[in-house]
Design a protein around this ligand. Structure first.
Ligand code: GLA
Length: 394
């Protein structure tokens, strides 16, 4: 289904339930070429918004009631904007978290009717949660003229996820979803949020996602939070001896080595992965600026190995897909993407070899994973946007 068809599908669902929508928003999912788990360590990432999205149809209400309908889950829920208890259904928390954070900012938008759905698979490592929370915040901002700018909306989405959903994620997903640009990668420094848009429009190359079909919800993300806590323990250790180390961004591998014997081995291992991954992002960006995609792809492969052996967030299905892809002609790089434990690999593939890539990977899915392939070629798109504004704006 194309984006236009997704839009019509969600619009129709809204119309069938609530009447004409006031607004339709597209909240894109994201890919990340390299720089995994570096965002909350105040390091570097290289994400982009993509042509898979959550679409939200919204209409403002005159009271504080919200009526939400998740089309793809075929689930509905009614809540008050003032609700601060998290819902057992889980998905409404991404929306309620937005209200909660707006209230914390002293902004109190009224209720809405909202229908949403799309083609960012939940738990696939493509940030369906950021697409949803930021798309919703973007829609409320527009409907009620709340005056947030894009960066503030991305940060608000992150706070909603940290404080309401309970996942201590970094800023990468929300930033990429809201601030993405057509055919551009975002080289983001997560310490000061300075960023550069890097053209990615080489017609000879494509980005392909291979979805393991293993779904792991970030909301049940104990492992994610546990890794983050280990990184923080590492920073605390280093900082006690070297006060200039405010985050793993400030630590070199040499400095870390001097502390190896005193540190908990798994804390050391997680920290070493982060320090190396930060350097890989910088090296990969240098390669990109020289047009050296082969070197870029090598860094992607190394990133996978680090996530598998050092940070330990891969899973057998991701490892199989990455290994099989790395061995194919025309594949410059392949690695797991996102939080890990399932979801997709991202592959940098020569366009001329795409057909062979798809055929060979389909074999790998069937032979090694005993499941049907699920492969997407992605296009990089702009960030969150209003695709339809009706007459109901207040
Ligand atoms: C999830 C989080 C991000 C980031 C990635 C791993 O997508 O939401 O903040 O930490 O995992 O790079």
């Amino acid at each position: 289904m194309t984006g236009a068809e997704q839009y019509q599908r969600i619009r129709r669902a809204f119309k069938g339930t609530f009447g004409e929508p006031g607004l339709v928003v597209r909240g894109p999912g994201r890919v990340n070429l390299i720089g995994e788990h570096t965002d909350f360590n105040l390091g570097f990432v290289l994400p982009a918004a993509v042509d898979k999205a959550i679409w939200l149809a919204l209409r403002p209400r005159t009271d504080d009631l919200c009526r939400f309908h998740a089309v793809d889950l075929n689930a509905s829920c009614e809540v008050r904007t003032s609700e601060r208890a998290s819902s057992d259904l889980r998905w409404p928390n991404y929306l309620l978290g937005v209200y909660s954070e707006m209230a914390a900012d002293g902004r109190f938008p009224r209720g809405v009717d909202c229908v949403f759905g799309g083609d960012v698979p939940i738990g696939s490592g493509m940030s369906s949660s950021a697409a949803l929370e930021c798309g919703f915040a973007f829609g409320l901002n527009e409907l009620f003229q709340l005056g947030y700018d894009r960066l503030e909306l991305a940060q608000l989405g992150q706070r909603a996820e940290n404080r309401f959903v309970g996942v201590n994620c970094g800023i990468m997903d929300q930033f990429a979803s809201v601030l993405g640009r057509d055919q551009r990668l975002i080289r983001l420094d997560c310490r000061d949020l300075s960023h550069a848009f890097i053209p990615f429009e080489d017609p000879g190359l494509v980005l392909v996602l291979c979805d393991t079909r293993v779904r792991r919800s970030l909301a049940a993300g104990g492992e994610y939070n546990a890794r983050r806590a280990q990184c923080e323990a590492g920073v605390a250790h280093l900082q006690a001896r070297h006060p200039e180390v405010q985050s793993l961004r400030d630590a070199s591998l040499d400095l870390l080595e001097t502390q190896r014997d005193e540190m908990d081995p798994s804390v050391f291992q997680r920290c070493a992965y982060i320090v190396k991954e930060n350097q890989r992002v910088l090296d990969a960006c240098d390669s990109l600026s020289r047009g050296d995609y082969e070197a870029f792809g090598q860094r992607m492969n190394e990133s996978h190995a680090g996530l598998r052996d050092g940070y330990e967030v891969s899973c057998p299905e991701l490892d199989v897909l990455a290994e099989r892809a790395q061995a194919l002609p025309g594949v410059l790089g392949s690695r797991m993407m996102g939080a890990g434990f399932g979801g997709c690999t991202i592959n940098l593939v020569r366009e001329a070899e795409l057909e062979r890539f798809e055929a060979e990977m389909a074999k790998a899915y069937r032979q090694d994973l005993k499941r049907e392939p699920l492969i997407h070629v992605c296009r990089l798109t702009g960030g969150t946007e209003i695709v339809e504004a009706g007459a109901l704006l207040v």
